[in-house]
Design a binder for this molecule. Structure first.
Ligand SMILES: Nc1nc2c(ncn2[C@@H]2O[C@@H]3COP(=O)(O)O[C@H]4[C@@H](O)[C@H](n5cnc6c(=O)[nH]c(N)nc65)O[C@@H]4COP(=O)(O)O[C@H]3[C@H]2O)c(=O)[nH]1
Length: 870
């Protein structure tokens, strides 16, 4: 819809009078429609009449502002209409525009004659028509105005022309122009016709060419399709050859059925480009087809069931191939009725064709190989030939495998039989061997085996210079049990005895049964006789516990005799004889007893065992105490410390010195507990002295080798220092040279730890071991203690004097002090003074004294030394 501005602009452009009513008279609906559209678009009201009579009749009622009429109309032409309107009084001035074709100049003359205001040639130009309409409505003469002198003033494209020509001249000109226009129009019309014909001809040609092209394209398409199909054919053939060559290889190389099926599926998918290949085997019941190998879109097979006797799966391609023992091709998988149960699956996995081929083994159908393709009609003659070939290959391979399996089975059976016989023979031999060397009742080695093993152990002991103990064990009153309860009870008892013996000894030891109730235990690589006594104690204890056999509680005790290499014999026979004799002594001595072969050894061992027992009790009862021996500083003559020396207040033997019990405590491990007592007692004593106002002094405590290695020693030291409150540098730990050298690297680490705690350190017994100089440098100790064995003859034995002098010089070079212990004489003092020894300790100054006796000594701190006096 045009806006008000649009109308104003258009009115301005064409000089129209909007809202004017135009009567349009034309019998051609096309013309009417076109003109009506043009005029209403410009804002005119248009009345349409199809014939002149009707137009004329309604003229008075409609009162148009302008009439536009066609000339050629059936009942009354435009000229006649114009003439009749002009006759009407009320419409004599009504502007009339006639539409004529430019093909007859007489029409111009006729329209002028009948009083038309304008005539417009058809086909008209819209702009010209609208400007004529506007001019007619304004009732002007276009750009022409008649003057009073009869001249006409004409405005043409901005220029004004005064035309004084006569009317005939103008009409002449008009007619000449019209004739020219008609001529031109006719020429144009002819050209139009010619063009139209050309166009028609062209269209005909184009149509013809189009048909030709369409045919060519369809031929080309067909050619391309044929070529593609040929190429596809070649591709398929190539794939076929590849598949066949691979399957032949598989047939040759594959050794078992499973691998063969997997290989065929792999080849079909990888080389044959099938979407899926699977092998289904008929189950043992002959009712189900089970997937045993598959390759490709194997998800298709998930939950797939093919029951040979069930419908509809029993009539599918695979089942049909199996039942017929041949192959089945389905080239339209998604539409074939036979594959209906799998249409949905097939669609989902892009399957369009399938082929199944029965597999035979020794003539019997055992299953089928099924292949799937992604194209309809995929399986053509060559593909079917491929399938047939694959099926034949598999059957051939299966037949071969069966033959091979038979052969292997026979071979395997033969091998198994041979192996079984060999094993049987071996077991037999082992049994004979076992029986030859073992006692059937206790399963222990027998006499024969014992002798061999003892001989070997004796050899070893001789070579290593170690000891070997031979222990004879006889069960007291075993005969009574055997006689009263029967042999089988006796045998059971012996078996249990053997078990307990084995549990009591170490794996390297030997246990054997000689016969009857006699057992022998061999302890090779023995360190000392007392170790044998310990083992015997364990055996005695183990065997003396109650036995339970067939509801009887039994008790037996062992009588034990011991002989020891090298003390009691040089040969196995000798040692056996002497152990046997010792055992008879033990029995005679009152059973449940043990006896060494020599009385002296019996004595020593007995004493030792008593000592061990007493020591255990002493720890429990707290029978240990400390004596203190002062240490004198050479430069000042003052007591700078005391060495704490352990004493055992034995209830029977009185005060026992450490030499008698420390080695036993060390060997049995009791030294750890005893050492802890000594450390705590010494520190507490020092704290008490300091509290009592004695001048500060150092207390030296001996550490045993075992104690030194204890992991909890640093913690113990911390506890003791904290508990007693003494300053750490007032505590000195003495470690023997031999325990430091047992594992020098560890010793250095331990010593560093103690030193970091602020504790002072000394190497005791220096010179008795094998200190390496390089280690001595690394041991972070404060002082070295020259062993009293060197001090003893220091003034008479040049060797000892030289050793002592060298030790002092060496220690000083390493920045360590030297303590000489065991100083008993003035001469020794003088010598050590000459060598600039730092600290002296010995009977010359004081014996180790109980705490109460040493206090006055410390309080006075007087030194009865001639050196100081001198
Ligand atoms: N002939 C002679 N002897 C002298 C003289 N001056 C001191 N003695 C003795 O020499 C020993 C010095 O102690 P030791 O070398 O550490 O040798 C000590 C030490 O190795 C060990 N011992 C003592 N107490 C303890 C202790 O608490 N723990 C540990 N693990 N061992 C200790 O027992 C060893 C012997 O101690 P004791 O019998 O008290 O013997 C002490 C002492 O009584 C002297 O002028 N002449």
């Amino acid at each position: 819809m045009a806006t008000i501005e649009d109308k104003a602009q258009r009115s301005e452009r064409h000089g129209t009078a909007e809202g004017c009513t135009i009567l349009l008279v034309d019998d051609s609906p096309t013309q009417v429609k076109r003109l009506e559209h043009l005029l209403t678009g410009e804002g005119y009201r248009v009345l349409v009449r199809r014939d002149a009579t009707e137009a004329l009749a309604g003229l008075a009622a409609t009162k148009p502002d302008l009439v536009i009429s066609d000339v050629i109309m059936p009942d009354m032409d435009g000229f006649e209409l114009c003439r009749r309107i002009r006759v009407l009084k009320e419409a004599s001035q009504l502007p009339i525009i006639l539409l004529t074709h430019l093909n007859d100049p007489t029409h111009v003359l006729r329209s002028l004659e009948v009083g038309a205001n304008y005539f417009i040639s058809k086909p008209y130009h819209n702009g010209i028509l609208l400007s004529r309409v506007a001019a007619a409505l304004r009732r002007d003469q276009g750009g022409c105005v008649a003057g009073e002198d009869g001249a006409v003033s004409c405005n043409y494209y901005g220029n004004r022309y005064a035309i004084a020509a006569s009317k005939p001249q103008i009409i002449d000109l008009l007619l000449a122009t019209y004739e020219l226009a008609v001529e031109k129009n006719q020429e144009i019309s002819k050209t139009h016709d010619a063009l139209r014909r050309l166009n028609e001809e062209l269209e005909t040609r184009v149509a013809k060419r189009t048909v030709e092209l369409r045919n060519t394209i369809s031929e080309l398409r067909q050619e391309i399709a044929e070529r593609e199909s040929a190429e596809e054919c070649v591709r398929r053939l190539n794939r076929l050859h590849s598949v066949l060559s691979e399957t032949s290889k598989a047939v040759v190389h594959t050794k078992d059925r499973e691998s063969l099926f997997h290989d065929f599926c792999r080849i079909a998918v990888d080389h044959g480009c099938f979407k899926l290949a699977w092998v289904g085997m008929v189950d043992a019941g002959g009712t189900l087809v089970q997937v045993v190998a598959a390759r490709g879109t194997t998800a298709y097979l998930d939950d797939l069931t093919i029951g040979l006797n069930q419908e509809p799966t029993g009539s599918g391609p695979t089942a049909t191939a199996i039942k017929n023992g041949s192959f089945y091709i389905c080239n339209d998988f998604l539409n074939a009725p036979i594959t209906a149960p799998w249409h949905e699956r097939g669609r989902a996995y892009g399957i369009r064709a399938s082929a199944s081929i029965a597999l035979r083994q020794e003539g019997e159908v055992i299953g089928a190989l099924t292949l799937y393709a992604d194209k309809k009609n995929y399986f053509d003659r060559p593909q079917i030939e491929l399938l047939r070939q694959m099926g034949a290959d598999i059957s051939f391979a299966l037949a071969n495998m069966v033959r091979e399996d038979h052969r292997l089975e026979v071979e395997r059976a033969l091998l198994e039989e041979t192996a079984r016989r060999l094993k049987e023979r071996e077991q037999h031999t082992q049994k004979i061997e076992y029986l030859a060397h073992h006692d059937p009742v206790t399963k222990l080695p027998n006499r024969f085996s014992l002798m061999a093993r003892l001989a070997h152990s004796l050899e070893l002991a001789k070579r290593c210079g170690s000891r070997l103990a031979l222990i004879f064990i006889d069960l007291d009153r075993f005969k009574n049990i055997n006689d009263s309860l029967g042999h089988h009870v006796g045998d059971h008892l012996l078996f249990q005895v053997a078990g307990r013996l084995l549990e009591s000894i170490r794996s390297a030891d030997i246990v054997a049964r000689l016969g009857g109730d006699e057992f022998v235990v061999g302890l090779p690589l023995l360190r000392c006789n007392i170790s044998a006594a310990h083992a015997i104690r364990k055996i005695q204890h183990a065997l003396s516990q109650s036995y339970y056999v067939e509801g009887h509680e039994l008790s037996v005790t062992p009588s034990i005799g011991i002989s020891i290499f090298p003390d009691d014999g040089e040969t196995v026979q000798e040692l056996m004889k002497n152990a046997d004799l010792a055992m008879y002594h033990a029995k005679a001595g009152g059973r449940n007893n043990f006896q060494f072969f020599t009385e002296e050894m019996n004595q020593t061992v007995q004493e030792r065992l008593v000592l061990e027992g007493d020591l255990r009790v002493a720890i429990e009862r707290g029978e240990f105490l400390l004596h203190y021996q002062p240490q004198i500083e050479m430069s000042t003559g003052r007591v700078i410390g005391v060495e704490a020396l352990l004493r055992w207040q034995h209830p029977v033997h009185g005060l026992v010195t450490p030499d008698r019990f420390i080695p036993v405590a060390e060997e049995t491990g009791m030294i750890v507990a005893i050492g802890e007592v000594a450390l705590k007692t010494a520190c507490r004593q020092l704290a008490a002295w300091l509290a009592a106002g004695l001048p500060p002094l150092r207390v030296s405590v001996n550490l045993s080798a075992r104690q030194f290695k204890q992991d909890n020693l640093p913690a113990l030291l911390q506890d003791v220092l904290r508990e007693t409150g003494i300053e750490s540098h007032l505590l000195e730990l003495e470690i023997t040279e031999s325990s430091a050298m047992e594992n020098p690297a560890d010793a250095i680490l331990h010593l560093r730890g103690f030193r970091e705690m602020g504790v002072e350190l000394a190497i005791d017994d220096f010179g008795t071991g094998y200190s390496s100089l390089s280690y001595l440098k690394l041991f972070p100790v404060h002082r070295l203690k020259i062993d009293r064995s060197f001090v003893k003859d220091i003034d008479t034995d040049t060797d000892d004097a030289e050793i002592a002098a060298a030790t002092i010089a060496l220690a000083h070079t390493l920045g360590k002090e030297v303590v000489a212990e065991g100083v008993e004489t003035e001469a020794q003092c003088r010598f050590l003074q000459g060598q600039r020894c730092d600290i002296l300790q010995g009977y010359y100054f004081s014996r180790p004294l109980p705490p109460e006796e040493i206090v006055p000594y410390l309080r006075n701190n007087a030194v009865p030394s001639p050196l100081v006096r001198a």
